[in-house]
Write a protein that binds this ligand. Sequence first.
Ligand SMILES: Cc1cc2nc3c(=O)[nH]c(=O)nc-3n(C[C@H](O)[C@H](O)[C@H](O)COP(=O)(O)OP(=O)(O)OC[C@H]3O[C@@H](n4cnc5c(N)ncnc54)[C@H](O)[C@@H]3O)c2cc1C
Length: 350
Amino acid sequence: MVADYIIVGQGLCGTFLSWNLIQQGCTVLVIDEPQTSSSSKVASGVINPITGRRMVKTWMIDELLPFAWAQYQQLGNELGVSLVKKCSVVQFHTTPQMRDAFTERLAEDETYLQVEDNSTWEPYFRFNYGAAAITPCLHIEVNAMLSAWRNVLKSKGALLEEHFDLDQLLYNETGVQYKNISASKIIFCNGTDAYDMPFFNKLPFARNKGEALIVDIPGLPATDIYKHGFTIVPWSDGLFWVGSTYEWDFTSLEPTPLFRKKVEEHLGYWLKLPFSVVAHLSAERPATLERRPFVGIHPLHPAIGILNGTGTKGCSLAPYFAQEFSRFLVDGQPITPQADVARFQKVLSR
Ligand SMILES: Cc1cc2nc3c(=O)[nH]c(=O)nc-3n(C[C@H](O)[C@H](O)[C@H](O)COP(=O)(O)OP(=O)(O)OC[C@H]3O[C@@H](n4cnc5c(N)ncnc54)[C@H](O)[C@@H]3O)c2cc1C
């Protein structure tokens, strides 16, 4: 079998890269081992333009948000599935200081911010210091997208559902061979698996674990996202995703009883509605020390590339940088320097 590109991984990165390359007339073969707890499958699917205590705009968001909106709509139309909705993150201030910081921030720049009417939310939540909204945010149906695109790849004979075995890879300057498949390049979109693999394991990845509960909360409107320490996000089947943690130091990737207890206690105080826990998820995010993705070709191996390191922001970074990378591969267009792995040329050449 011959393909233009072999792509390892079909999370957010592999999905958008394969979709873009096919749109540009290329052939792809995606190798993905089915896993229930990959980062993309556990993600809540939120694109939030303002984050942190200081409520700052996230990197490149004025460009990334409208771009993501258009891309998810286009892919959703092709797949016949609704993938993206505009919504607000309703943020309940947890302290008077937080409320004051919001008021100051609003006076400086109103973009993406508005004050909420407390009475809208009083039937559902207990809160003492008022509420604000970050709007518009996007909410992505990540799992629906992954499975619908997987079906398209299957129907094209472009998916190999197996563990990628590095020992079977042969490569030189002009191409690669994996088992009986020849391609001009192989692109690794294998998320946290890249940490332990040659080629890109010298990149400054940062291990970061996140957990979430899937919770039934009858009566809570599934129109928006709610934040008060933890975040509640609409999930599939009328359920809600509640999370998350950002753990930099951990010994196991398994869900922990401590997280479940903390979230249950928190919801018990915050929600005025009854709730029940249906599932407990955890996964490792492919995060990076400098919080910028890794996109491009290995400086020593022209047939080997990477799209990875999207950290906490795969929903916005993957569509944008997959398109940039595919245009680089097909037409030689440039990659944003802060994302291009060429910035690690020295490290990768050792
Ligand atoms: C709890 C949690 C919540 C999150 N919430 C959000 C959010 O709301 N918004 C947001 O933007 N981001 C969020 N993220 C981050 C987001 O999930 C990631 O940035 C993104 O999913 C990474 O996508 P990826 O394609 O690089 O990696 P992955 O999703 O990990 O995909 C890698 C794929 O490669 C496959 N693979 C790996 N190794 C092999 C191999 N050897 N052989 C075959 N297949 C292989 C895996 O099976 C997997 O399918 C969250 C992450 C977590 C953990």
